[in-house]
Design a protein around this ligand. Sequence first.
Ligand SMILES: [Zn+2]
Length: 365
Amino acid sequence: MRLPLAPRPYAGEALSSWVARLAAHNFVDAETFWAWLGEGPVDDLNPSTEVVHRLSEVSGISHADIKTLARPLHRLRRDHILNALPNTGLRGAACAACLVENEDAEEDHWLTGFAASIWTVTCPRHARHLLDLRGFDWQFDGAKLRLGQGQRLGGGGRLRAATPPSKLLTICGAAFRRVAIGRSPGSAWRIGNAGDFLKSIDALAAPVCWRSGTGFASFARHFDEAGSRGRESFYISEPFSEGVLAALAGEHVRTRASVMAAIGHLLLKPDSLTALAREQPLPFDLRANAFSNLVEFLNPAQRARLTQGSSGLPDCVREPLRAAISEAHPIEFESQLFRAHERTISPQNLAERRNSEGVSSISLQ
Ligand SMILES: [Zn+2]
């Protein structure tokens, strides 16, 4: 059976985005359409052969093209991919400027396959931060599919223009898009191949989210380009490394952006970081070894865990990391930390701080 209306996928579109359009133009919502297509919950990043066959049959799009839509990030493991929002099938984040362009071109709103990644936080075409899609839904106005909030249709100039990201975040985004398809991150980075780059991101994602003591923000928090106002702080209170990607998959795009920038700060070659610092202020003073910025943030137990966790990393990351740990002064650090507690944190102002900052804690097992 061929559906009466079958829009063709756009180049780079995500399968879930195209299926939402296919459904809408045939006047059903995406959830109903997926239920009609396949049995049980459908994984739009890895659809069964049966689902691919049915999609091809009803749309006239080839099996191969549908599989390409489903696997845009073929080098990534499942835990680098964002969960779809319940009931809507929406994944990831969107660029407001891209959506306005869709409208100008009389296209539906649509999302790229790359938007499904935890580490997609900026638009390479418009150099903008992305909008988080929580609170958005697909809405069909009878002619075009739009991403909207509540009853109000989005777009038409009503989408808030996002701010430009820092150069640090921009080059992190570019490197990530290359490694996601198996290419080298580029000459600015300590690591020359995609596999080791991804392995290093995995190893550093938790440590940049650790906090060394109550009331202190994580290392990554200092890279939040929108400032801290009006948003909960993400940190990992227990230094488990496993599960951090799953936790990040449920976080706001701004949190993911700050974690990515923090990791980028560590993985850029020292020369690249120095060149960057000439163009824009960085959250930390430049050190000969950027890992010192992270290590000085961590208490001795966390430093020991970081040393253990670095054993599988490539030399170009493990060596500067271990050098930074061995050069740090744990006893002095602890006494400074203690003095800082005495000076700034009493039970009373800690409670005030919690209320004013809306601090949240995620414990990973
Ligand atoms: Zn864009």
